[in-house]
Structures are given as structure tokens and as C-alpha cells.
Design a protein around this ligand. Structure first.
Ligand SMILES: O=C[C@H](O)COP(=O)(O)O
Length: 247
């Protein structure tokens, strides 16, 4: 079963029009491996701007959205609004949403279900904190986070799981290819046991956490690593090398 390699750039709360133009310039220059699905997670105010500058082959994603279509939810954006802008992707459950803004497994699952109902594709992020890894709870945490989503959705065809160990995000401490592959492999086995063999075989599980041009090729060799979600390095020209990690 071949799963299309998928590389997302999560710009987080970075950039301005000038900076986005610079990112667009290096993405257009590429060249980008045409066999890779490339998605950039752009801050909400610049979604339309970025979409207008980028070629159609690169998808623009929101970094968050809420669990209902509209209403009195000051500051939130809905999947329907993203669809209205012609967007097809959203990143949900990022560890910064969970840990800085207090999003629970249940909320992330509700948001995922609603985004899928509205026709968006979702990069659903999961991952353990350092103390959880050190306590030997990595599997328990990622299974619990994935179970919450599995409880709310039936169709996994528009879900990409991003395994992002919190201790590796923005720290320069990448999970080793062995550490990442081990969790991805276990997650796939969990999907097979708890959801279905088809979902286990077809769902892309991408890795995030201090991915750089220097470490991406080794990580990309692992059979269960289907791409990356890249933070800091997605703002730099080296992102092109990360997209091309399998070349
Ligand atoms: O969404 C991306 C992750 O948070 C990884 O960020 P990072 O590449 O800066 O460690």
C-alpha cells in the first residue's frame, strides 16, 4: 500500500505579508518533488493572501477552527468560513493548542468531526510530553488522543495524523528515526486493531518535531513515516529540501 508522502509547513504565529512573499518565492523556485503533497499552515489573517500567491499544487491550511458552523464565539473561525475562502485543510489539536490554550482530547475530537463534516481535510496532531515519555506513557497518551478522535469520526480518508512528541517541538531535539518509527508503527497497529485494517494501511502518519534539512532524509526512510509537519524550518528555504526528503 503506498501512501502519498505529505509535508506540511506550520508557520504558527509567524510572518507578515513580506515574509509570506519570501516563503512563496522559495516554494515556487523549488523544485518540489511532484509526488509529495505540500500543505502550508498559515496564520488566519493571511490565509487568502497566501492562497492568492501560491500555485494550486500547494494547499493552504488553517491552523485551527471551531466545532460549530457559526454563532457567538468571539475570535473563533469555522470550517464553513474556511471552505468559503476555498480552503480545504486545517491543522487541529496541535500541542500548542492543547497545552497553551487548554484544548482537551474531547474538544480536538469534536473539532475534527465537525471539520470533516464540512468537507475539510484535517491534520490531527497528537504526541506525548517529556514527562509522559519518561514515565513510559508514550503509547498510552497517543492511543488516548487517537481514541478520542476515533470515537467521533467514521471516515478517516481525509485525516492525516501528525505524531509530534512535545519534547521535540521547537527544541532542536528530534526524535531519532527509530523512536519516531516505533511510535508510528504502534499507532498503525492500534488503528488496525481499533478502527480497521484499511484505515491502518491508508492513513498517513507524519512526524513533527525539530525536522530540518539535516535530519529529514533519515527520518523519511522509515516505512511508517509518511511525511512531516515542520515548524521553524518551514519558514526557511530548507523547507524545499524537507519536501524532497525522499528523492
Ligand atoms: O507543527 C509543527 C511542530 O510543532 C514542529 O515544530 P518545529 O519543527 O519548530 O519543532
Amino acid at each position: 500500500m503506498s501512501r502519498k508522502f505529505c509535508v506540511g509547513g506550520n508557520w504558527k504565529m509567524n510572518g507578515d505579508k513580506k515574509g509570506i512573499q519570501e516563503i512563496v518565492d522559495f516554494l515556487k523556485k523549488g523544485p518540489l518533488d511532484p509526488n509529495v503533497e505540500v500543505i502550508v499552515g498559515c496564520p488566519a489573517p493571511y490565509l487568502e493572501y497566501a492562497k492568492g500567491l501560491l500555485p494550486a499544487s500547494i494547499s493552504v491550511s488553517a491552523q485551527n477552527c471551531y466545532k460549530v458552523p457559526k454563532g457567538a464565539f468571539t475570535g473563533e473561525i469555522s470550517p464553513a468560513m474556511l471552505k468559503d475562502l476555498g480552503l480545504n485543510w486545517v491543522i487541529l489539536g496541535h500541542s500548542e493548542r492543547r497545552n497553551v490554550f487548554g484544548e482537551t482530547d474531547a474538544l480536538v475530537a469534536e473539532k475534527t468531526a465537525h471539520a470533516l463534516e464540512e468537507g475539510l481535510s484535517v491534520i490531527a496532531c497528537i504526541g506525548e510530553k517529556l514527562e509522559e515519555r519518561e514515565a513510559g506513557k508514550t503509547e498510552e497518551v497517543v492511543y488516548r488522543q487517537t481514541q478520542a478522535i476515533a470515537d467521533k469520526i467514521k471516515d478517516w480518508s481525509k485525516v492525516v495524523i501528525a505524531y509530534e512528541p512535545v519534547w521535540a517541538i521547537g527544541t532542536g531535539k528530534t526524535a531519532s528515526p527509530q523512536q519516531a518509527q516505533e511510535v508510528h508503527e504502534k499507532l498503525r497497529a492500534w488503528l488496525k486493531a481499533k478502527v480497521s485494517e484499511k484505515v491502518a494501511n491508508e492513513t498517513r502518519i507524519i512526524y513533527g518535531g525539530s525536522v530540518t534539512a539535516a535530519n529529514c532524509k533519515e527520518l523519511a526512510k522509515s516505512g511508517d513515516i509518511d511525511g512531516f509537519l515542520v515548524g521553524g524550518a518551514s519558514l526557511k528555504p530548507e523547507f524545499v529540501e524537507i519536501v524532497n526528503a525522499r528523492q
